[in-house]
Write a protein that binds this ligand. Structure first.
Ligand code: SF4
Ligand code: SF4
Length: 356
């Protein structure tokens, strides 16, 4: 049994709370080696990714210690070459992060709906177009890359779990990156510039000015690789007690960790709501052959319903409890709907609890 902890980078996995010792959540429909999003479908409205891009049309924001882990890994020559090129560019390179160029964030934000998985302009600099598309820094990938799946076995409930996991993991990365940067260089600073805005240099794909870069890096400018390696050493020496103290200083730590456990419980021990109604935000498109394609929580995970199942959705009404609806369908239509099917419909947010 693989635990959730074992799916995280080695650098800091031991610092995560006990909920991370529970079994990993397998996403069997996200078949990455034969990408589930890359098959051509004739169904209208279906999104298809390019096989030479997949979902890696994203530029990770790597915390300093994971950049150090890449540089220290003896079996990661290609990832190191790419990491060194990123560092040498000085674009998005700060004491806490090896971050995307700001321009990339702006472009991704503006083009995500139309172009994610479909445009090379957004491709990750660590993506290798070999063997069906590989990550050159996989063992040390960050929170978003560790938790993204295009499809979830448990549908919207699975998505909610991975989102909670991503938020807590990203939170841990922020806490550790800041701690490690300060430990190596107390004068380290991050650029003070608003999100989703661009400097002249950003716009023209140039490095920040010497003055701006030196304001962040001080005496470490030009020795960034060494700096990242040292932050990796700092994080490797953080104890669980120390981590607990660092997290306790952050107001949202407990809430974010608790949310991981709550969302994990919802998919490992799911319970049917007392009342369910068709999701008012569901998008439906007729498919060839009479089935109905429905999209709820994600455009990447449409479901196909038989005409019979589609018709029965209208039987679920807010004035009846689920038990009453099932009893009526059994009595009047000789129709028995199994718990398993209702759980699938609930997990995929095809049926949802009515508004309170
Ligand atoms: S998670 Fe990414 S690589 Fe894996 S199947 Fe989905 S789109 Fe493809
Ligand atoms: S770091 Fe790896 S997993 Fe993440 S986007 Fe890049 S290639 Fe994909």
């Amino acid at each position: 049994m693989t635990t959730i902890r074992e799916t995280l980078p080695e650098a800091h996995r031991r610092l995560f709370p006990a909920v991370y010792d529970r079994p990993n959540v397998e996403e069997r429909r996200a078949t990455c080696s034969d990408c589930a999003m890359c098959s051509r479908s004739e169904a209208p409205g279906t999104i298809a990714f390019q096989p030479n891009l997949k979902c890696c049309t994203y530029h990770p924001t790597l915390p300093n210690f994971l950049a150090g882990a890449v540089l220290a890994d003896p079996d990661m020559a290609e990832g190191q070459r790419r990491m060194r090129a990123r560092i040498a560019s000085r674009i998005g390179i700060t004491p806490q992060w090896v971050a995307p160029p700001r321009k990339h964030r702006v472009l991704l934000d503006a083009a995500r709906t139309t172009s994610f998985g479909r445009s090379k302009v957004l491709l990750c600099p660590y993506f290798v177009e070999e063997g069906g598309g590989l990550c050159s820094i996989w063992r040390h990938r960050e929170a978003v890359c560790s938790t993204f799946f295009c499809k979830h076995d448990a549908g919207a409930a699975g998505h909610a779990f991975w989102t909670a996991h991503k938020r807590f993991t990203a939170h841990v990365e922020v806490v550790l990156a800041r701690h490690a940067a300060r430990a190596v260089f107390p004068g380290a600073a991050e650029p003070d510039f608003p999100r989703m805005k661009l400097t002249l240099e950003d716009l023209e794909d140039r490095a920040p000015s010497e003055i701006d870069y030196a304001a962040c890096w001080g005496e470490w400018a030009g020795r960034e690789e060494d700096f990242y390696l040292r932050t990796f050493d700092v994080v490797r020496s953080v104890t669980r007690d120390e981590m607990d103290r660092l997290l306790a200083e952050e107001p949202r730590s407990e809430e974010l960790a608790r949310d991981v456990a709550t969302k994990l419980d919802a998919i490992t021990a799911p319970r049917l709501a007392e009342r369910l109604v068709p999701n008012p935000n569901l998008v439906a498109r007729p498919l060839p052959g009479g089935a109905m394609g429905v999209t709820t929580y994600s455009a990447y995970d449409p479901m196909s319903l038989t005409p019979e199942l589609w018709a029965v959705l209208g039987e679920f009404k807010p004035e009846e409890t689920l038990a009453e609806t099932r009893a009526r369908l059994d009595r009047d239509n000789d129709l028995v709907i199994a718990d398993d099917l209702l759980l699938v419909l609930q997990n995929h947010a095809i049926l949802v609890p009515p508004p309170a």
